[in-house]
Design a protein around this ligand. Structure first.
Ligand code: MG
Length: 261
């Protein structure tokens, strides 16, 4: 069941979303060759602690509980990469996803960053992934139902020669990080059955994952990291978005160094 939020609740969610955006500004400033993914994770953890916010990812149940406050996924890693000793290298693309709860309300956002100069394929998939999220936001302002937005996202990604990941989807968000509805980035029979209206008070995390090659993914032995089956790169972009009387509002506005702002 979808829980709709009042404008006062959306005001509170904006505060959580803004902390996520600020965390990303810290991350964005750290992305460079030689930095380890755990250094980035520690910086975000400290920031949330200073702000009195609770990280949402640490301890998420699984075969092993998720051990960090960020998911950091490099190149062929799609999502849910575990921070550790791995150093970022020039030419890689690195997606960082994080979320927090502040005063009982959640925010969630991800962005894929270039480490120094990247090749043509990586530069193109970065642009396509970011634009897929921009298209979703634009379409949310002029469509009635989510399936119409998902269709626009999927068609754009295909036209660019890439593929949308189907195993993982976005989600409603509020007092909990994962609420109804599920928010797929593609159209299926299942979505037609569980389609939902884009009404004021709806708050969703929209998070397209775009693969350069096959859309198919697999899980690594660490029980968390999702990688592309063909080893080609993948990107992930996510905003927490509220539908208001004036259209979609990015509660995590500011992620991605000024993009979508
Ligand atoms: Mg999410």
């Amino acid at each position: 069941m979808i829980t709709f939020k009042s404008s006062r609740e959306i005001d509170q969610m904006r505060e959580a979303g803004q902390l996520v955006a600020e965390a990303h500004q810290i991350v964005s400033g750290m992305i460079s060759p030689g930095v380890t993914t755990s250094e980035i994770d520690v910086a975000v953890e400290r920031f949330f602690e200073e702000q009195g916010a609770t990280p949402l990812f640490k301890g998420v149940p699984g075969v092993v509980p998720f051990p960090a406050v960020t998911c950091i996924s490099i190149d062929d890693e799609v999502v849910h990469g575990i921070p550790g000793d791995r150093e970022l290298k020039e030419g890689e693309i690195v997606s960082v996803d994080t979320g927090c709860r502040l005063n009982g309300w959640c925010g969630d956002g991800a962005w894929t960053y270039a480490v120094g100069q990247v090749d043509e394929l990586r530069s193109e998939i970065l642009a396509v992934g970011a634009l897929t999220l921009e298209i979703a936001i634009r379409e949310m302002g002029r469509r009635e139902r989510w399936s119409q937005v998902a269709q626009a996202m999927e068609e754009y990604v295909k036209s660019a020669g890439f593929r949308v990941v189907e195993e993982l989807v976005g989600h409603g968000i509020g007092r909990e990080m994962h609420e109804d509805p599920q928010v797929p980035n593609y159209v299926s029979r299942d979505l037609r059955k569980h389609d939902f209206a884009l009404e004021p008070g709806l708050v969703i995390a929209v998070e397209p994952m775009v693969n350069a090659g096959t859309r198919s993914v697999r899980l690594l032995d660490d029980h968390w990291t999702v990688v592309t089956r063909d080893g080609r790169p993948s990107v992930h972009f996510e905003h927490t978005i509220a539908m208001t009387d004036d259209g979609p509002e990015l509660l995590t506005k500011g992620i991605g160094a000024g993009r979508n702002s």
